[in-house]
Design a protein around this ligand. Structure first.
Ligand code: DX5
Ligand code: ZN
Length: 219
């Protein structure tokens, strides 16, 4: 068993029963809770915003890992952190003020993350890697749960691991999209520190025992 962290993506949970879903995955051994924020603009889907993060926070005993898939996220940084985000991750393609925004996240006391679409090159985020606590590698096109893992993205995990060593950086490497038992193993071998998984964690019976089995299968 690896010591990779598992961050269940609540996108695949029952939104009408969010409080219980949070408590169940936490008891089942989740390390973080991954929250997918979509604006129907940066990605073709709409999910949730700051009020829901705020409502979740009192029930969350583990870190809230908030993945912003919204245009101009700088408009909402303060509000997402006030709502209780522990990690706040921004897409390089979504803003013209990335460096300033990452610094703002850190100055407000949260951890700053950066991410990129599958088609975006790693080169485009290299100037920011010394600023961030987390790098999220997308292994699906952002927007929906339940898509298939893009194995050609695995090289980015390896490159990020090497870059971190060569440059004495200390971000965590997180992978998001299409994670299931087999693809989890591939990502762990490539150097992933945190795995996001939606459908693979929330599939089947809505019980702590089932979620625990699903999480253990990924580890
Ligand atoms: C997709 C989201 C993912 C999604 C993953 O845009 O960023 O977090 O919920 O879902 P699965 O694990 O089902 O691919
Ligand atoms: Zn996500």
């Amino acid at each position: 068993r690896s010591n990779v962290k598992i961050a269940p993506s609540l996108l695949s949970s029952d939104f009408a029963d969010l409080k219980n879903e949070i408590e169940k995955v936490t008891h089942a051994g989740a390390d973080w809770l991954h929250v997918d924020v979509m604006d129907g603009n940066f990605v073709p889907n709409l999910t949730l915003g700051m009020p829901i993060v705020k409502a979740m926070k009192p029930h969350a005993k583990i870190p809230l890992d908030v993945h912003l898939m919204i245009e101009k996220p700088e408009r909402y940084i303060e509000q997402f952190i006030a709502a209780g985000s522990d990690y706040l991750t921004l897409h390089v393609e979504s803003t013209d003020v990335l460096e300033e925004s990452l610094k703002k996240i850190k100055s407000l006391g949260a951890k700053a993350g950066i991410t990129l679409r599958p088609k975006t090159s790693l080169e485009s985020i290299k100037p920011y890697l010394h600023l961030v606590d987390l790098v999220l590698v997308m292994t699906v096109e952002p927007g929906f749960g339940g898509q298939s893992f893009m194995s050609e993205q695995v090289q980015k995990i390896k490159d990020l691991k090497n870059w971190r060593e060569e440059n004495s950086a200390n971000y965590l490497i997180e992978v998001d999209g299409g994670i299931a038992a087999g693809t989890a193993q591939t990502c762990i071998a490539a150097g992933a520190d945190v795995l996001v998984a939606g459908s693979a964690v929330f599939k089947g019976e809505k019980t702590v025992e089932n979620y625990r089995q699903n999480i253990q299968a990924l580890k």
